[in-house]
Write a protein that binds this ligand. Structure first.
Ligand code: SF4
Ligand code: SF4
Length: 127
């Protein structure tokens, strides 16, 4: 049966919206969602295995300075670093990393020990 324009408008008004009202309504992530690589720097021994396995060169490990850096714009979320690390330091999180406005903000450095000019253990922020 043909509804005509008024009928179609009424039918659409009575229906649930086809899309979510983002950002008020956010779809929960799936358990396998690849959001971003997180790092537990406290467990790292700076063996550089993750750096060697990373296909895009997104990871830079510095054993002397005890730093581990990831370039989130280079990272393709392949999980190779997660699989390579025997200490389970990098993990794949389901949440997405916050957006950045400048290229250099995509470099995130983690520092294990308090080295002059750096932050103590944890995500030290943009490199
Ligand atoms: S994160 Fe794991 S694989 Fe990478 S340097 Fe640290 S201990 Fe080695
Ligand atoms: S997830 Fe893949 S691309 Fe991203 S840092 Fe790890 S190895 Fe590199």
């Amino acid at each position: 049966m043909k509804l005509g324009m008024p009928g179609m408008v009424l039918r659409s008004a009575a229906k649930k919206p086809a899309t979510r009202r983002f950002p008020a309504e956010i779809r929960p992530a799936y358990s396998a969602t690849r959001g971003h690589v997180a790092m537990d720097i406290a467990k790292c021994n700076f063996c550089t295995l993750c750096q060697l396995r990373c296909p895009t060169g997104a990871i830079v490990v510095n054993k002397q300075e005890k730093t581990w850096q990831i370039d989130r714009m280079r990272c393709i979320l392949c999980t190779a670093c997660v699989g390579a690390c025997t200490r389970k330091c990098p993990t794949m999180e389901t949440s997405y990393a916050p957006p950045v406005g400048e290229r250099r903000e995509s470099l995130v450095r983690f520092t294990q020990a308090a080295v002059p000019g750096t932050s103590p253990a944890g995500e030290a922020g943009r490199a």
